[in-house]
Design a protein around this ligand. Sequence first.
Ligand SMILES: [Zn+2]
Length: 227
Amino acid sequence: MGKEIEIQKRLESIDRRSAVCTVSGGLDSAVAAALMARAGFKLHFIFFDWGQKTYEKELGCAQALSKHFGASLKVVEVPLLKSLPGVSLTQSETLTTAVNEYVPNRNAILESQAIAYAEYLRAGAVCIGSTGGDHICPDNSPKFVEAMQRLIEEGTLIKPSIQIVAPLIQTDKIGAVRLGLELGVPFELTWSCHNNSDIACGRCSNCKSRLEAFQRNGSVDPINYAK
Ligand SMILES: [Zn+2]
């Protein structure tokens, strides 16, 4: 009986207006976080060190964004992904297509850790920055998000279950930039280029889609690009 009361108390203490946001230092996760902030959630950022080539730059952006949003920031190392030689996005070659940029089962690994952190914090939601589109990487798809929700419901203790929220899953990069412009997201504090940490290459798939998204919104990306 004592134990039941203890669990009940723990469930009642869940803060439904608190969310863990996975942040990459990129544009999409910054816009998703801004949407959660506007909805009134207290934000806890989680950033992953999984061997990405532009880690230092992305971490700097995540730190700057956490200050901007008044969010805490937890940095988590993912040794397995770091230890796999030949994984794309950790290599030195210039990448130009999204299909080259898949990392084995990355989002399931990262989001599982965000879910664990949310359960520890008794947060009500985990927010991810996945956008709609072709979903060349299957771990960004709406079906994948649904599967992660089922995993939470089957595998975590606190009820009602933590909600996995992908507020941009029905929009594309152009829509994400439009929302970000409306919300006043500080895009100068975000980084998308997979190749460089100082001046964006303008050639990788991320640079291309980002540049196009600003252009289609009649706006100019505030970060610097190689000529
Ligand atoms: Zn680039």
